[in-house]
Design a protein around this ligand. Structure first.
Ligand SMILES: Cc1cc2nc3c(=O)[nH]c(=O)nc-3n(C[C@H](O)[C@H](O)[C@H](O)COP(=O)(O)OP(=O)(O)OC[C@H]3O[C@@H](n4cnc5c(N)ncnc54)[C@H](O)[C@@H]3O)c2cc1C
Length: 393
């Protein structure tokens, strides 16, 4: 047995590192296992937004929007090098499905749910300034709304949270692949593989933070634990040359009305995302030619300068997987809340994290700690995660 820990975490995405930080801050001994590299899953393939999620208002996910906007404020305060407010533009054309009055109501509600904090104001761009909007098509344009949300570098944020966890005493094993766990009365015996060697450790609580792999990981635990019905949904982004200078654009796909972001990213333009049901091994997720064509089509529709571009102009593309509750209807309208599931109600030995947002990692990590508190010894807390600064390097 190579160790005895309060908390062992499988998966080094934003949730795994966030839970490592929260557990270490609460004074617990922590080991995090990551099979490839930190943030190699969804946490480096997101749209990189720390946002309330304006579009979740349409599906009445008010609690999620309020919690996300609260987290946005916290991250702007504790991680100013990593999370910055940006100006977003929403153009409304004669044929746009979301009408100006709907946007005004949505943006007002967004400001209310954000507690009228910094970055919750909104307005319209005067017609005289439309020509300065990065070549946005102005034919049949009726209005352009602006508001603010925040952008981050998801992989850098994940690395920063892990560094913070390590400064509080958490250990990182990477690459180290979780293989299986056996539950005893009051612990989990965790087997993992590191440098071609099988290792074993004991955890008072095992956290399954495997993101799209979480279902697989849960099935490697015996005796078996409940696994909810889930669906993996692929989301692709493409990168085009050149950078929008005026900020971000939040547009509607002319084909199906889905919301698409067109945003600056490391001197280029990042466009996403798609939603394609995914079946198969999460390791094999990759952009499809149809997704690339769909995103390019959106860019061409709104910005005539892209009309000369084709798939060969695309500088880069990447795909990630969302973990959503299985259900009828389009994934676009399904809940983005994080599901936390324990093996038993009293003194859980395992907690699995399913789904969720990059934005809410800190709040979700705090909830995880609360849910497993009864299984952990009382320790002297070392810090509060809403007060710990996060730095880019
Ligand atoms: C296309 C897309 C766009 C998104 N955009 C946004 C956005 O703009 N804003 C936002 O707030 N949220 C966004 N999200 C959601 C957000 O990215 C995810 O909720 C979040 O990154 C999930 O993090 P995670 O830690 O749960 O999973 P992951 O980041 O996938 O981490 C899981 C980790 O587990 C590891 N692992 C797997 N198996 C094992 C094993 N056997 N042993 C050890 N380690 C293992 C993997 O290597 C991986 O690193 C987006 C998601 C997608 C897919």
């Amino acid at each position: 047995m190579s160790g005895d820990y309060d908390v062992v975490i499988a998966g080094g995405g934003i949730h795994g590192v966030g839970i490592a930080q929260a557990a270490a801050a609460a004074g617990h001994s922590v080991l995090l296992l990551e099979k490839t590299a930190l943030a190699s899953g969804s946490s480096s393939r997101s749209s990189k937004l720390i946002h309330g999620g304006l579009r979740y208002l349409e599906s009445a996910q008010l609690r999620l929007v309020r919690a996300s906007l609260h987290e946005r404020s916290t991250l702007l305060r504790i991680a100013p090098e990593l999370v910055q407010l940006q100006r977003f533009h929403i153009p409304v054309y004669r044929r746009t499905r979301r009408r100006p009055w709907q946007l005004r109501i949505g943006l007002s509600l967004y400001a209310v749910l954000g507690g009228f904090a910094t970055g919750t104001g909104f307005g319209t761009v005067p017609r005289s300034q439309w020509a300065q909007l990065d070549g946005l098509d102005t034919e049949h344009l009726q209005a352009v709304y602006w508001y603010h949300d925040a952008q981050t570098d998801d992989a850098l944020l994940t690395a920063a949270v892990m560094r913070s966890a390590q400064q509080l005493g958490a250990e990182l094993a990477q690459p180290a692949c979780f293989v299986a766990a056996t539950l005893t009365d009051d612990a989990a015996i965790v087997r993992y593989r590191q440098h071609d060697t099988d290792r074993e450790c004991r955890a008072r609580v095992l956290i399954n933070a495997g993101g799209p792999w979480a279902g697989q990981l849960a099935r490697q635990i015996s005796p078996s634990i409940p696994v909810p019905p889930l669906q993996l949904v692929q989301g692709t982004h493409i990168v085009l040359p050149g950078r929008p200078e005026r900020g971000f654009y939040y547009v509607e796909s002319p084909r199906d009305g889905r919301a698409i972001f067109i945003m600056p990213w490391h001197g280029q333009t990042l466009i996403g995302t798609t939603e394609l049901p995914f079946h198969g091994d999460p390791d094999s997720v990759a952009p499809t030619a149809r997704e690339v064509a769909y995103l390019l089509g959106v860019a061409r529709h709104y910005f005539p300068k892209y009309r000369a571009m084709n798939a060969s102009t695309v500088k880069d593309s990447f795909a990630g997987l969302r973990v959503l509750p299985a259900g009828a209807g389009h994934a676009f309208h399904r809940s983005r809340e994080t599901l936390l599931l324990t093996d038993r109600i009293q003194r859980p030995r395992v907690l699995s994290v399913y789904g969720g947002k990059l934005t809410t990692w800190r709040a979700v990590s705090a909830r995880v700690l609360q849910q497993v508190a009864a299984s952990l010894p009382t320790r002297r807390a070392r810090a509060r995660t809403d007060q710990l600064p996060l730095r880019a390097h």
